[in-house]
Design a protein around this ligand. Structure first.
Ligand code: SF4
Length: 484
């Protein structure tokens, strides 16, 4: 009997037959990154909101097994034709699909696939196509296929009113155009599952449309400094590999056209960090007091605070180390723990702590973007927030132009640079929060009313430690690189 496919397995097989094979035969090897778990949680929240938009809708439960779900779907299509079905379940050719929303229309049935993305993407259309192929194959003609995705212009009015959150796009023609290929691919993927693990080399398909959960397992061990570390250098790395260069240190001088690539090659081959004289000069010229600032922010597919839009970067925390004079350092911080809209309290505390003058040192353009968001939400504070944005000094372009260490391996992110200039500041020694994704996850747990108070307190402490380390890192960076 052919292997059973689901819609997500079909999409995995579309990305890579080896991925499908591993998911089915070696599920214990799956390694999901935290961002994938957050995407999944956003999707569940969105589905719950969508179901709230159809008060008469019927949920087809699967707790009693998929056979029960198939029977319940058949029953409700007959007995409750006027009611929308959630997770209506169909099977054909050993492919099983569960549809987000299925409604009866004058012409037949309308299938609505709900996506937390802001735009329709190609793999969404395949998702719709496989569902349409199964549902129609099971004897239920579809009148239309619709993709409902998040409309980022929606402003949440509050009180659970999510009308207008979703933009609906009719993709009937696009889904139908793909069904012949679905019909051809299904038996091919079932054959893959019946055989030995396919041999597929890693390549661009491993991260498109999503990072494959087997990427670490599939990536063969390589040299310590692979040519693929060249920043924005995928094309030249492919050329170098074709020429037989796997290790950047083997590439001859003059081979690389980009000055940055050549610099990275030369420093890597020398094994010694390079600081260009302009960088320490610029850093030493910064006046005191110096404010080192970092925000942590969250994005919601489904906004939870009135007046905010889907996927806005909304800050909930900041840390600021203030260096009054060389080596004389104070610390200020803000963290919302209430779960209420934190923007006003956060902005007022920030303006009070950062004074009116002196440079505010950040690493990337993120803080400027957050200040603009705050100014847009808080018109009465906008002038002062914009004045604060004028004081920002972005260290990233300065460091990118003036410092490289072989251990940075082609990256100027603060996490790559810091261990090379201040190894005593170690993120791995922190608690549960060690990066931005971890901070978002901790914040969501912290404001969740079901989280016990002692757990919330521990998460808040981890968040404070993490954000404070980020700004202390900036102070150390400026101090160490300023010495030349
Ligand atoms: S990492 Fe790449 S090659 Fe390996 S299973 Fe995933 S998509 Fe396929």
């Amino acid at each position: 009997m052919p292997h059973r496919l689901s819609k997500s397995r079909f999409l995995s097989g579309l990305q890579c037959p080896k991925r499908l094979w591993l998911e089915v035969h070696r599920p214990e090897l799956v390694h999901w990154d935290p961002a994938a778990a957050q995407r999944l949680a956003q999707g569940h929240r969105l589905n719950a909101v969508v179901q709230g938009l159809y008060p008469e809708g019927v949920m087809i439960e699967a707790e009693g097994g998929l056979g029960g779900a198939l029977r319940a779907t058949a029953y409700h299509l007959q007995a409750s034709p006027e009611r929308a079905l959630f997770e209506a379940t169909f099977s054909k050719h050993h492919v099983l699909v569960r549809a987000d929303v299925l409604e009866r229309t004058r012409g037949g049935l309308r299938l609505t696939e709900v996506k937390s993305a802001a735009l329709v993407k190609d793999y969404h259309l395949w998702d719709c196509a496989v569902q349409a192929w199964v549902i129609e194959g099971a004897g239920h003609p579809l009148d239309s296929v619709v993709l409902a995705h998040v409309d980022t212009t929606f402003v949440y009015p509050g009180a659970g009113d999510y009308r207008g959150l979703l933009a609906h796009q009719d993709v009937t023609a696009e889904a139908r155009a793909r069904t012949p290929e679905v019909a051809a691919r299904v038996p091919a993927l079932q054959s893959v599952l019946a055989g030995e693990m396919p041999k597929v080399a890693v390549g661009p398909h491993c991260t498109d449309p999503f990072t494959c959960p087997f990427l670490e397992r599939c990536t063969p061990p390589g040299p310590e400094y692979p040519v693929t570390l060249l920043p924005r250098g995928a094309a030249v790395a492919a050329e170098l590999l074709a020429e037989g260069y796997a290790d950047l240190r083997e590439v001859p001088p003059g081979r690389l056209a980009s000055p940055t690539h050549e610099w990275v090659r030369r420093v890597t081959a020398s094994g010694v960090a390079d600081v260009r004289p302009e960088l320490p000069r610029r850093l030493r010229a910064l006046s005191y007091p110096r404010y080192y600032l970092d925000f942590e922010a969250i994005q919601f597919a489904v906004p939870i605070w009135a007046g905010t839009r889907p996927y806005e970067q909304l800050p909930f925390q900041w840390s600021c180390h203030v260096e009054r004079a060389p080596g004389v350092i104070e610390h200020a911080e803000f963290l919302d723990t209430s779960g209420e809209n934190p923007l006003r309290a956060l902005a007022e505390a920030l303006l009070a702590a950062l004074g009116e003058t002196a440079p505010v040192l950040v690493y990337s353009g993120f803080e400027r973007q957050v200040l603009r968001t705050l100014a847009a939400h808080l018109p009465d504070l906008a002038e002062r927030l914009e004045a604060l944005a004028e004081r920002l000094v972005d260290l990233l372009p300065l460091v990118r132009a003036g410092y490289y260490h072989p251990a940075m391996k082609g990256s100027w992110s603060i996490k790559a640079v810091l261990p090379t200039v201040a190894p005593e500041l170690d993120y791995s020694g922190l608690g549960e929060v060690q990066d931005g994704i971890g901070a978002q996850g901790a914040y969501l747990k912290l404001i969740d009313p079901v989280t016990p108070p002692d757990r919330s307190a521990a998460l808040a402490a981890d968040l404070r430690r993490y954000c404070a380390l980020d700004t202390l890192a900036l102070q150390r960076l400026v101090d160490r690189l300023g010495r030349g």
